[in-house]
Design a protein around this ligand. Structure first.
Ligand SMILES: NC(=O)C1=CN([C@@H]2O[C@H](COP(=O)(O)OP(=O)(O)OC[C@H]3O[C@@H](n4cnc5c(N)ncnc54)[C@H](OP(=O)(O)O)[C@@H]3O)[C@@H](O)[C@H]2O)C=CC1
Ligand SMILES: O=C(O)C1=N[C@H](C(=O)O)C[C@H](O)C1
Length: 254
């Protein structure tokens, strides 16, 4: 049976993944965390060394911080162990590192591992392809008060889907963090707004607005277990793939 290693094991997602793996009877090879001293669950060995963990596991799941990604990828490439990356707040430099690693090992990177959000992304791409660019696209997300990055990885994933539908590059058309005298909305822009508060696990709404009418479609995550289930399913799928870069579409058959 596929054994799982968890980078960021003591975090909110790391613990949810350990719970889902244990409920499914999947072996957990161990975990790392910034401070690996604390036990996250009985019987899960914690280590400070990503390579030790990558050598012990059949597949790695990473829900930690962007600053740790380079070391995690190096360890997985050295150990030839596949890695699923759920960490968000990634910059172009991180995506370049992922592309390099994916030449040697299977790497799955996604801003959201849930089935619902990936279905929503497919719907957004279709709607965006069907509607003219006189329909403005805005993406609104809300998360718990502890979240450190914005827009969320999911909002960006949905923005990429909308841009794909329109045949444009998101990087050249996104409007983020409006404040003050911003000027009118740029034609064809994809806008992002981020709310933070309380314990919200993850709400996303995509609004298509034109003169006289609006379409609104969205997703609400009620807990983190939905992300953990998707991540464990994705990791088991990834362990059987050849080297390359993947997202959740292959896992979910979308
Ligand atoms: N793709 C998806 O579906 C989802 C993605 N996420 C993303 O996953 C990430 C983690 O989220 P969440 O679990 O809520 O955050 P947490 O802050 O609870 O967990 C992150 C963990 O990583 C640890 N960490 C920090 N540095 C390192 C390091 N160098 N090596 C190993 N571990 C380290 C942190 O330790 P310490 O606290 O001591 O710094 C913390 O325990 C975020 O980027 C979030 O946006 C979340 C949910 C779903
Ligand atoms: O930090 C979180 O909690 C979440 N992060 C992901 C994101 O940035 O989209 C996924 C989910 O919405 C929860």
């Amino acid at each position: 049976m596929t054994s799982i290693g968890i980078f960021g094991a003591a975090g909110r997602m790391g613990r949810a993944i350990a719970q889902v793996a244990a409920e499914g009877g999947l072996p957990i090879a161990g975990g790392t965390d910034r401070d690996p001293a604390g036990d996250i669950a009985p019987g899960i060995p914690m280590t400070a060394d990503p390579l030790t963990l990558a050598e012990a596991a059949d597949v790695l799941i990473d829900f930690s911080v962007p600053g740790a990604l380079s070391a995690h990828l190096d360890a997985c490439v050295a150990a030839k162990t596949p890695i699923l990356i759920g960490t968000t707040g990634l910059e172009p430099v991180h995506h370049a590192l992922i592309d390099q690693a994916a030449a040697h090992i299977p790497v799955l990177q996604t801003g959201n591992t849930s089935l619902g959000v990936n279905i929503l992304a497919a719907l957004v791409e279709r709607a965006s392809a069907s509607l003219g660019d006189d329909w403005d696209i805005e993406i609104v997300e809300m998360h718990h008060r502890h979240k450190v990055d914005a827009p969320s990885g999911t909002a960006l994933l949905l923005g990429e889907a909308a841009a794909r539908g329109r045949g444009i590059a998101l990087a050249n058309h996104s409007e983020r963090g409006r404040d003050g005298i911003t000027g009118a909305r740029a034609p064809g822009a994809i806008g992002f707004a981020a709310l933070r508060g309380g314990s919200v696990a993850g709400d996303h709404q995509v609004i298509f607005a034109t003169d006289g009418e609006r379409i609104e479609i969205g997703h609400r995550a009620e807990n983190r277990i939905i992300f953990a289930r998707g991540a464990v399913k994705g990791a088991r799928w990834l362990a059987a793939q050849p080297a390359g870069r993947y997202d959740m579409k292959g896992v979910l058959g979308l």
